[in-house]
Write a protein that binds this ligand. Sequence first.
Ligand SMILES: Cc1cc2nc3c(=O)[nH]c(=O)nc-3n(C[C@H](O)[C@H](O)[C@H](O)COP(=O)(O)OP(=O)(O)OC[C@H]3O[C@@H](n4cnc5c(N)ncnc54)[C@H](O)[C@@H]3O)c2cc1C
Length: 468
Amino acid sequence: MKKIGIIGGGFTGTMTAVHLIERSAACEITIFNEAATFTRGTAYTPYSDKHLLNVITSKMSAYPGNPDHFLDWVMERPDFKDLDRKLIANAFMPRAIYGKYLTEVWDSALENADGKCIVNVVDQQVTDLDVNNSFITLKLDNGDSMMFDYCVIASGNNAPRNPRIKSPGFYNSPNYFQNPWKEESVLNLTQKPVLIVGNGLTMVDTVISLTEQGFKGEIHSISPNGFNILPHRHIGMKYSKLAEEIKEGMTLLEIVSLANKHIKIAREYGVSAEPVIDSFRPYTQKIWHNFSDREKTTFMSRLRHLWGTARHRIPMHSYEKLQKLQAEGRLHIHSGNLIDINENSNGIEVEYRDRNDGVTKMMTVGRIINCTGPESDFSKLESGLLKNCVDNNILKQDALKLGIVTDIHTYGIIGPDGNAYQNLFTIGGNLRGELWETTAVHDLREQAEKLSQSLASKIMAESAELIS
Ligand SMILES: Cc1cc2nc3c(=O)[nH]c(=O)nc-3n(C[C@H](O)[C@H](O)[C@H](O)COP(=O)(O)OP(=O)(O)OC[C@H]3O[C@@H](n4cnc5c(N)ncnc54)[C@H](O)[C@@H]3O)c2cc1C
């Protein structure tokens, strides 16, 4: 029986296994993930019920071929069954509920399994990997090694990188929280100001949780651009004119002027840029894939933050909470770059350059929470599987260090000889260098289904070969 190792049991790894089980693939699947987050991963194991999905219920099905699967599941639950289906379809559910959904999807796949597929879940980190044409060896945290015929790296979101400052020794402080997805980042607060580094969706969750914990002090956030995070304003509205003008092989400049033209039209009629930007969605992966490295670099340095703000919006009532805090003078959004951070008996002294006036300024806070987003440059990780794989030349990162160089048709990781491995695959956020937008459930569910389909076919073809 063929053995498949899946490294990571968040959405992507879990759904790959679910599809293999549901396809009755005759194989032994082993998923590696810590028990506390298995099936849910980082995103859907939130520490607060106030952390909401940033996508509406009707777009969060785990199954690409059954788009209402999550909505139907929610509507069958006692807490929701008497509510209006259209309301729930357009609502932003707590991420914890989505975590429960994924666990039920997993349990039901196991319950209905026909015994052809053996499943093991191992509560261990995979720390290293060795690959040859015949098998893959995984090394585990506890010192054990295990061998597989096929492996899928579904490692998802890494913790954020420590921002570059003059005195990195600060990062050993107990008042610094590198991982914003852990509850400890908002516990045991004093009323001294808090600095959040980063200005995206995790910043919003962190602000909401600080207030939930009764924090009454000032909250600062700092990011290079200090863009105000935007709410969803036109849910369900479809804009079709831009798509009609998208052509294969358009340059970055052409794409930007196309977007600007349509945003201007929308704004003339009182509509925000939201539906125009969303209408890019079906084309972004192809557009990105066709960009030259130079265009990708320009996008990353000049447009990434603007794009992120336009794409990653928050529910209106979360937005209103942030607006209220800003109006009360309790939340300050800075545009600037950190220079140095030092801690003394007064607190944490932060030196930064304000991008609005170019002046170097100081602020004193009681804690710093890093919300800069998952690190994608594996050489910058302190340790772990991906860093070891890069150091040992098993996989390569793209020029911009966004992910793993991969054949996007087979998801085979491209080895040092430039050829795709036939037995080592990756999907999810590790494809960011190839596809750029490969983070949301909407993208990952298709990848999980497609990869499991091709793994199941390989297993079947090999078994048929053995029999004949
Ligand atoms: C806070 C947050 C909120 C989000 N909200 C939404 C949303 O509302 N809607 C949406 O569509 N998308 C959202 N996303 C995007 C999200 O990344 C995807 O939806 C999805 O959860 C990614 O799943 P994943 O399995 O690829 O990664 P992850 O969820 O990160 O799971 C990867 C798992 O692999 C494990 N792992 C990693 N390396 C190893 C190793 N070496 N050995 C063993 N285990 C390992 C990790 O511990 C983790 O459990 C959100 C992301 C974040 C971070």
